[in-house]
Design a protein around this ligand. Structure first.
Ligand SMILES: O=P(O)(O)OC[C@H]1O[C@H](OP(=O)(O)OP(=O)(O)O)[C@H](O)[C@@H]1O
Ligand SMILES: NC(=O)CC[C@H](N)C(=O)O
Ligand SMILES: [Mg+2]
Length: 484
C-alpha cells in the first residue's frame, strides 16, 4: 500500500447525507475534510430512490475518484454514505474498503461503514463460520452486517439492535437502507460522531464537526453512547440499543487525531491542545529563548506552551506540503527517510538559542530523535523536549492501530532513557491528571468521560480477544510495576 509515513496512524472517517440533492458530491466534500482520519482507501454508496450505487478504491479520496472521472456522477440520488479507511483489522485489500454492501430479505439491501475496532471480532467470526457464513472481507467491519443477516429476530430493526449488543469495543457505525440512514455509537462513545443540518433541510451524520463546516451544515448534536439515530423522509428519531453506557471518548482524538478546527462534545480541539501545552509548561518549566512546535499536530500545544511560559513562539520547523508518499513496509529505515523528507528547520529561529521543542506525542521516537539532531545541526545551543500528552505505554484496541507495546518507546524505556535515546538536553511529559484537566471534564464519572488507557492501562471495557495478549505484554514489560 502507499501511504505517508506517519508516527501514528489515524482511524477512519464517516460521512453520510440524507435528503439533499447531489448527496454523493456532498459526501465527497465531507470526506475530503476527514481525509486525515484515513488514507488507505475511500468509498461512497449513493441511494437513488432505493437503488444503490457504489464506488470505492485504494488510496486517498482524490485518487480513488480521479482514476475514474465518471464515477462521482454515477453516484446519483439524494442520500449517500461514505468512508475513509485506515485499517485496524483485516488486510489492506480493496475488499475491506468501505462502505460494505449486503442483500437483505426485508429491506432489500443495506450499506455499512464503521469507525473503530471490535474487541470480540475473532469470537464473532467463529460463531458466524459455524453458521456457514462466507465472508466478503477480512476486517471486523463486515461482522455487524453478517450478524444482522443471520439474526433470528423477525425485523431488520430488531436484528440491528441484537447485532449492536453482540459486538464489543469501539464502533461508530453509519448504515443506509433504501428508506433510511442509521447511525449507532458504542456504549463508551470512543469515537466522535455528530449530527448536522444542511441549509436545504438535509441531514448529515459524520465523524467530526470540521466536515459539517465543509458542507455548510450547522451542528445539531453529538450522537450519544448507546444511541441509534434513524433518519428517513419523516425526519429523525432516536432509539437506544442499550442504556448501560459509560462515556469514555478516546483522549487521543483531542491530543492528535481530530482536526484542530473540530469541536468534540462541546470542546474545541485546538483550545484543548493549547491547554495541554500550557499545562506541560506549568508542570515542567525550563529556561529557554524560543518555543517551537512540530508541524502539523503539535502547533496548538506549542502555542499554549509559549503563552503560559512567556517564552516567545516562533516557526522553527516547516513541513513539506508535498510529502513523499512512500511504499511502506514499515521498516525503521523507511520511517527515518520519511521524517527527513517531511520536516526541516528554519535555522535563523534556532541558531545559538536554547529551544523548547513541543510535540503532542512520542510513539517510536523517530520524529523526536530526528528533529533534535536537526536542531543541533542548525546551531541550537540546547533542545528541551516537552510532550503535551503522558507517556504512551499501552496498546489501543478501540480503533488506533497500536495493538502491541513492542514498538512503543515509552513502554520499553524510562523517561530518562528516552531523553538519551532522542539526544535531548531534557525531556518531560504531561501528567495524566494534567491531560484530563486540560481537556476538561465531559461528565462527573471517575474517568471524566475520557479513555486514557494508552497512558495508564485503565481500559473501560473487557478486552475479550485481546486479553491474553495484553496480559502477556504486561508481564513481559512489568508495566504495572511502573516503567517510569
Ligand atoms: O515517535 P514517532 O513514532 O515519530 O511518532 C510521533 C509523531 O507522530 C505524530 O505525527 P505525524 O508524523 O503523524 O504527523 P502530523 O503531526 O503532521 O500529523 C505525532 O504528532 C508525533 O509528531
Ligand atoms: N480505523 C478504523 O476505524 C478501522 C475500521 C475497521 N476496524 C477496519 O479495519 O477497517
Ligand atoms: Mg506530529
Amino acid at each position: 500500500m502507499f501511504n505517508e509515513v506517519k508516527g501514528l496512524n489515524e482511524e477512519c472517517g464517516l460521512f453520510g447525507v440524507w435528503g439533499s440533492p447531489n448527496a454523493a458530491q456532498l459526501t465527497y466534500d465531507g470526506l475530503h475534510s476527514l481525509q486525515h482520519r484515513g488514507q488507505e482507501g475511500a468509498g461512497i454508496v449513493s441511494n437513488d430512490q432505493g437503488t444503490f450505487h457504489r464506488h470505492r478504491g485504494l488510496g486517498l479520496l482524490g485518487e480513488v475518484f480521479s482514476r475514474d472521472p465518471e464515477a462521482l456522477h454515477q453516484l446519483t440520488g439524494d442520500a449517500a454514505i461514505g468512508h475513509v479507511r485506515y485499517a485496524t483489522a483485516g488486510n489492506h485489500g480493496v475488499e475491506n474498503i468501505q462502505p460494505m454492501q449486503f442483500e437483505h430479505p426485508e429491506v432489500g439491501e443495506f450499506a455499512l461503514a464503521h469507525n473503530g475496532n471490535l474487541t470480540n471480532a475473532n469470537q464473532i467470526r467463529q460463531e458466524l463460520l459455524a453458521k456457514g457464513v462466507t465472508f466478503q472481507a477480512t476486517s471486523d467491519s463486515e461482522l455487524l452486517g453478517e450478524l444482522i443477516q443471520t439474526s433470528n429476530e423477525p425485523s431488520f430493526a430488531g436484528q440491528l439492535i441484537a447485532a449492536l449488543n453482540h459486538v464489543h469495543g469501539g464502533f461508530a457505525y453509519l448504515l443506509m437502507t433504501p428508506n433510511a440512514m442509521i447511525a449507532a455509537l458504542d456504549p463508551n462513545g470512543f469515537r466522535p460522531l455528530v449530527i448536522g443540518e444542511l441549509p436545504d433541510g438535509g441531514t448529515v451524520i459524520c465523524s467530526e464537526t470540521c466536515a459539517l463546516d465543509q458542507v455548510g451544515a450547522s451542528f445539531v448534536r453529538d450522537v450519544e453512547p448507546g444511541e441509534i439515530i434513524i433518519v428517513n423522509n419523516d425526519g429523525m428519531s432516536i432509539q437506544h440499543f442499550t442504556t448501560d453506557t459509560h462515556l469514555a471518548i478516546c483522549s487521543m482524538e483531542y491530543i492528535y487525531f481530530a482536526r484542530p478546527d473540530s469541536i468534540i462534545r462541546g470542546i474545541s480541539v485546538h483550545d484543548a491542545r493549547k491547554r495541554m501545552g500550557a499545562k506541560v509548561a506549568q508542570e515542567h518549566p525550563v529556561k529557554a529563548d524560543v518555543v517551537i512546535g512540530v508541524p502539523n499536530s503539535s502547533l496548538s500545544a506549542a502555542i499554549g506552551y509559549a503563552q503560559a511560559s512567556g517564552i516567545h513562539y516562533d516557526m522553527g520547523m516547516i513541513k513539506n506540503q508535498y510529502v513523499a508518499r512512500t511504499f511502506i513496509e514499515p521498516t525503521q529505515a523507511k520511517r527515518d527517510r520519511g521524517v527527513s523528507m517531511k520536516l526541516s528547520v528554519v535555522k535563523s529561529v534556532v541558531a545559538g538559542k536554547d529551544v523548547v521543542l513541543v510535540d503532542d506525542s512520542i510513539v517510536r521516537g523517530t520524529t523526536s530523535k530526528y528533529i533534535v539532531r536537526l536542531l543541533k545541526r542548525a546551531g541550537a545551543k540546547s533542545v528541551h523536549v516537552r510532550i503535551a500528552s503522558p507517556v504512551l505505554k499501552f496498546p489501543c484496541y478501540y480503533g488506533i492501530d497500536i495493538q502491541t507495546t513492542k514498538e512503543l518507546i515509552g513502554a520499553n524505556n524510562t523517561v530518562d532513557e528516552i531523553r538519551d535515546l532522542i539526544e535531548a538536553d531534557s525531556l518531560a511529559y504531561l501528567s495524566v491528571d494534567g491531560l484530563v484537566e486540560s481537556i476538561g471534564a465531559l461528565n462527573d464519572s471517575a474517568n471524566h468521560g475520557l479513555c486514557t488507557a494508552y497512558f495508564d492501562g485503565n481500559y473501560p471495557t473487557p478486552l475479550y480477544d485481546y486479553q491474553a495478549g495484553f496480559d502477556a505484554e504486561v508481564t513481559r514489560l512489568g508495566l504495572y510495576e511502573g516503567a517510569n
